[in-house]
Design a protein around this ligand. Structure first.
Ligand code: SAM
Ligand code: SF4
Length: 330
C-alpha cells in the first residue's frame, strides 16, 4: 500500500490520539479557569472506535502513537485502550502525555498494559507557582505520580515545561536539575498561540536559545545530540559532562514543519494534519457505520493531501485554530 506522503514529500508515521477534551486542572495557557464547554460524551469516540481507526491506519504506515487530551487519565480505564493498541501488529511505539495528577493510581496498570514512554507535563517544583499556573494545588499528587511511575518500572520519562516569558524563568534550572538527578529528560516547549483566551503574544515566548543559555550558565555546557531523530519536534542536546539529555521544542522561533510526520485524531473523531489546522476531516461517521478499512484510509489520505507547508505563527497571516489546545490534543 502507498505510504502516507503529502504533497511536500513528508512521510507520516505518527498519530496523536486525543482521548478526551476534559481536564482536572486549568493551566492558564491552555484552558480558561471557568466556563469551559466540553464535548458531549456521546460525541467522543469509544475505545473500540479508536482501535478500529488505528487498525485501518497501520497499513498506511502509521506505527507510532501518542495518547493525549485534555487529560488522558481522566478517561476511565485508559490502560484498556493501551492494551488494545499495543496488541495491534505494526504499532511499534506508544507514548502518553499526562499532567500526572492521577498517575499514582494508574501507573501500574498502564505499565502492565505495555506502555513504556511517558511525557509528564510539569512546569515548576514550587507549590505556589504550580497553583498559580494550573489553578489547582496538585503538585504533591504530580510528584507522587512520577515517583510511582518510576517505582513500577517506567524509565523513559520526559518532562514537558511550557516556556512562558516573565513567568517560568525561575523554574528552568531547577527543572533541569530535578531531571538530571533522576535520569529524566526535560523538554522546554515554547509557548504557542493555542490558549483558549488569546493570551499569546510573541513577546511572551521564552525562547529555546534563552533557555539553553540559562542552563549552560548554571549547570554546564550542552551540545547537540548528533544522531537525534530529525523528525522529532524537540531538538535534543546533551550535557557535555555526560549528565543526561534535554530537549527544546522551538515551535515559534525555529518551526520544524518541514520535518513533520504527524497526524492527529481528536476525541470527537476529526482528523487534523497540524496542531494549527483550520480545517478537519471527519472520520467518526465512518467509524460508527459499516464502513470498510479502504473508506477510512481514503479519508486519512484526503486529510494528508490537504496538508499545508507549515503554520504561520510568525506571519501576520496567522489565524489561531478554531479549537484550543485541550480540544485538539497537544
Ligand atoms: N493534559 C496533558 C498534559 O498537560 O500534558 C496532555 C494534553 S496537553 C494539551 C499536552 C501538552 O501541551 C502539555 O504537556 C503542554 O506541555 C503543552 N501545552 C499546553 N498548552 C500549551 C501552549 N499554549 N503552548 C505550548 N505548549 C502547550
Ligand atoms: Fe489540562 Fe494539559 Fe491543558 Fe494543562 S495543558 S489544562 S493539564 S490539558
Amino acid at each position: 500500500m502507498q505510504p502516507l506522503v503529502d504533497k511536500f514529500g513528508r512521510l507520516h508515521d505518527s498519530l496523536r490520539i486525543s482521548v478526551t477534551d476534559r481536564c482536572n486542572i486549568r493551566c492558564f495557557y491552555c484552558m480558561p479557569e471557568e466556563g469551559v464547554q466540553f464535548m458531549d460524551r456521546a460525541d467522543i469516540l469509544n475505545f473500540e472506535e479508536i482501535e478500529r481507526f488505528v487498525r485501518a491506519a497501520v497499513p498506511l504506515g502509521i506505527s507510532k502513537i501518542r495518547l493525549t487530551g485534555g487529560e488522558p487519565l481522566v478517561r476511565r480505564d485508559l490502560h484498556k485502550l493501551v492494551e488494545k493498541l499495543t496488541a495491534i501488529p505494526g504499532i511499534r511505539d506508544i507514548a502518553l502525555t499526562t499532567n500526572a495528577v492521577l498517575l499514582e493510581k494508574h501507573a501500574a496498570d498502564l505499565y502492565a498494559a505495555g506502555l513504556r514512554r511517558l511525557n509528564v507535563h510539569l512546569d515548576t517544583l514550587d507549590r505556589a507557582r504550580f497553583q498559580h499556573i494550573t489553578r489547582r494545588d496538585d503538585l504533591p499528587k504530580v510528584l507522587a505520580g512520577i515517583d510511582e511511575a518510576v517505582r513500577v518500572g517506567f524509565r523513559k520519562i520526559k518532562l514537558n515545561i511550557v516556556a512562558v516569558k516573565n513567568l517560568v524563568e525561575p523554574d528552568i534550572v531547577p527543572m533541569a536539575r530535578y531531571c538530571r538527578e533522576r535520569g529524566f529528560e526535560p523538554r522546554y516547549i515554547e509557548f504557542m498561540p493555542l490558549d483558549a483566551q488569546s493570551l499569546w503574544d510573541r513577546r511572551k515566548v521564552l525562547t529555546s536559545d534563552e533557555i539553553l543559555s540559562m542552563i549552560a550558565a548554571e549547570i554546564g555546557e550542552v551540545v547537540p545530540v548528533p544522531d537525534a531523530d530529525p523528525r522529532a519536534p524537540a531538538t535534543e542536546y546533551r550535557y557535555a559532562d555526560g549528565g543526561g539529555t534535554l530537549g527544546v521544542v522551538a515551535s515559534v522561533t525555529r518551526p520544524f514543519c518541514l520535518n513533520c510526520n504527524r497526524l492527529r485524531l481528536t476525541s470527537d473523531g476529526k482528523l487534523r494534519y497540524c496542531l494549527f489546522a483550520i480545517e478537519e476531516t471527519d472520520v467518526r461517521d465512518l467509524l460508527r457505520a459499516d464502513s470498510t478499512d479502504g473508506q477510512i484510509q481514503d479519508r486519512i489520505r484526503r486529510n494528508i493531501s490537504e496538508k499545508w507547508i507549515g503554520h504561520e505563527i510568525n506571519s501576520s497571516k496567522f489565524i489561531p485554530p478554531p479549537r484550543p489546545m485541550y480540544s485538539i490534543g497537544g
